[in-house]
Design a protein. Structure first.
Length: 262
């Protein structure tokens, strides 16, 4: 821990928890003031614990933390926003799981990022309230990449530097962005991206959420954007995430899920 404060108060999102000992839980938090933190919530698995309901995943909480030998210890917990709609719907749970996993993988312990915290808060609100969560999560991905220092280049060819023209292109995760057809055909690691898919991806990258929401992204472009972004994120993290597979399974098994807009 970088300083010697004995106690701190933070506002945070509970990213995940796991059992610890006989009655405790280990929490991974993403806080406004300190970034990612690990903390022990003592006794919360006991039947009459008053803290347990405040420390569920995706919950926005206000916490008092005391310094332990290796980890922070939760001494007080108060729910700020429970996001009940997320926990009551399996599809929303899967989308939220993906968002918080991205935050966990893209951050390091006690490295504060207020813009990323605010982006996560806005995204959880959108996942909880919007009928179709697709746009909220794609917008989160592209802007979280910006904040993590991995902004993909979508306006110029990363091979030759020329501006991207209005035609089908290529995308190379290792080179960090779009390739013109001439450069794309010279590599073995690039994948094709249609002019339509690249157009909407650029729109998400440069727009506010309100502006991005005006676009009616066709189903084919939606699938293409999702595939490109997840491949790029996997490359940058040098590992696969757990939640995309869970999300795919949930969406496959939810026939009543509202279809993407065309």
């Amino acid at each position: 821990m970088p300083d010697r404060e004995r106690s701190i108060r933070v506002e945070a999102v509970v990213v995940r928890h796991s059992n610890w000992g006989e009655a405790d839980r280990l929490l991974v938090l993403f806080s406004r003031e300190r970034g990612k933190l690990r903390a022990i919530a003592k006794g919360v698995r006991k039947m009459h614990s008053r803290k347990a309901g405040h420390l569920e995943p995706f919950t926005k909480v206000s916490l008092q933390l005391a310094r332990g030998r290796d980890l922070w210890i939760v001494t007080q917990a108060e729910t700020v926003e429970p996001y009940l709609q997320i926990r009551e719907d399996l599809v929303r749970t899967a989308y939220a799981s993906y968002a918080v996993e991205l935050v966990e993988r893209f951050t390091y312990e006690e490295g504060a990022s207020l813009p990323l915290y605010q982006l996560l808060q806005e995204t959880l609100k959108r996942i909880a309230s919007e009928e179709d969560c697709y746009l909220a999560v794609r917008y989160f991905e592209i802007h979280a990449l910006d904040l993590a220092g991995f902004r993909p280049e979508l306006t110029r060819c990363v091979g030759c530097g020329r501006g991207i023209r209005a035609e089908d292109q290529f995308f190379d995760a290792g080179l960090g962005g779009a390739l013109c057809p001439d450069c794309g055909l010279k590599t073995t690691t690039s994948r094709q991206i249609t002019m339509e898919g690249l157009k909407y991806l650029r729109h998400l990258q440069r727009s506010s959420y309100r502006e991005a929401a005006r676009a009616q992204i066709p189903e084919r472009a939606r699938r293409e954007i999702e595939t490109i972004l997840q491949a790029y994120i996997t490359y940058q993290l040098e590992r696969s995430l757990n939640s995309p597979e869970f999300l795919q399974q949930v969406r496959h098994n939810q026939p009543n899920t509202p279809p993407p807009s065309d």
